[in-house]
Design a protein around this ligand. Sequence first.
Ligand code: HXC
Length: 515
Amino acid sequence: MPTTRDLLNELEARRNRVLEMGGPARVEKQHQSGKLTARERIALLFDPGTFQELGLFAAPPDDPDGTKFPSDGVVVGCGAVNGRLTFVAAQDFTVGGGAVGAMHAQKICDVMEQALRCGAPFIQINDSGGARIQEGVDALHGYGHIFRINTLLSGVVPQISIIAGPCAGGAAYSPALTDFVIMVAKEAKMFITGPEVVKAATGQEITAEELGGATVATDFSGVAHFMAQNDEDAIRISKRLLSFLPQSNSADPPRSAETEALEFAPDPFLDEVIPDNPRAPYNVLDVIVRLVDGGDFLEVQARYARNIVVGFGRIGGRSVGIIANQPSVLAGALDINSSDKASRFILFCDAMNIPLVTLVDVPGFLPGIEQEHGGIIRHGAKMLYAYGAATVPKMTIILRKAYGGAFLAMCGKAMGADRVFAWPTAEIAVMGAEGAVRILYKKELDEAADADALRTEKREEYRRQHASPYVAAGHGQVDAVIMPRDTREYLLFALEALHTKRELRPARKHGTMPL
Ligand code: HXC
């Protein structure tokens, strides 16, 4: 009969055995490849001494003591990240390659369900060879549960995925169902079928990095939102991201006392941003960093569809989601990828009670056969849908061009914007002066002795009579024409006033966004 002391010692021994995970050799291999173990990553994420692990002794049925699969290869639990409750599941590659079996999946699902019940963010750290082949359909079934619960959490609590190793096959769909994907350069790989299968099926030869490395996911496919240099950087990005987000859809984003107290002085720099030549580009990031507290702007998907900029900042200490056309890329025109990027961001902000600030300088939707055949109508419609459906405070600033349907897709007044402010440089019209003059004065231009002079004259006339911000202001579509230097102050006032905004919608199960 064991004594109490024996039982306590047994716990200690079992705990120490499990904490070794895959053993010193595999841990060493993990470190050599520049990666941390699951518990080392968790230690970086949580405030010291706040993490409580759950399911330390979980193991597959055929390995009840967890000799081969300590903790079944995944560390789950909760603790405080910058003082706020957060749930985590981190796969440990040193245990069976972090592969997902039934118990591994159950642990992840359990902690996700806790995040849902407690209304707190969920972070998953992926480093896995995929479904544990030995467990066959049970592993597949486990993935199915994870996907379903990812879907249940969507729009209720923020979900962040860090890809810190392989994440291949159907496994890649769990991160894809979460709100933000952070990929670690060199280590992370995401693809549905690996290089071998690609070669067998198509004859194409490609490396894993070229097929699904961090650059591909952040720059080309848009699957990932951030690229991190290493594990530490990925944790840093996720903490920074969380600092802008509420705990759940039933809470407001945290208000930063530090930046709330900042002075609101006019910023003469903004008066000089727009070039005299209406066709000349400028970098809208220069505007954004002047509008947010302390210039602190976290750009999301900074390397993808760069003709639109989206990201988080604070104004008067309150989190805002910023959506801005980027005139220095494709003249800021909206295309398929930028529409998808912005629509998803708007949906997320709306779900999480984050007010939207939209900066408009858009010449239109990008013309072209590729865009039309690729379904720009369907993709552009997502932006109209996302803005039209959003009930959070919506503030729109028109910096320069605001033409046609693309202006509406950037949250014009008719799309339910609560405030529309225009800079004196704004050109708001059904279409650009160039095209309008070509259509309206085709006959006169064909017959004119000096067509160029007539074109210039008519263009100026069009700008004055139709595209001027004072025309739109006169028609009630612009609330105020403001000095650029005062923009931050106008936004601060609007945010204060709109803080209690409530907008009711007809009851429905859900809308049918054009996807
Ligand atoms: C079981 C696995 C495994 C897996 C790796 N391991 N993947 N065990 N099931 N899916 C084990 C290895 O046997 C090895 O065990 C340990 O993990 C480390 O793997 P290594 O190959 O030594 O590591 P490395 O050389 O770094 O290569 C990593 C890897 C490679 C690229 C991930 O292991 C690999 O290609 N694995 C298979 C990936 C794959 O095809 N997965 C798809 C499964 S089907 P020991 O004991 O030697 O340390 C799938 C469908 C999901 O995922 C569908 C969901 C909807």
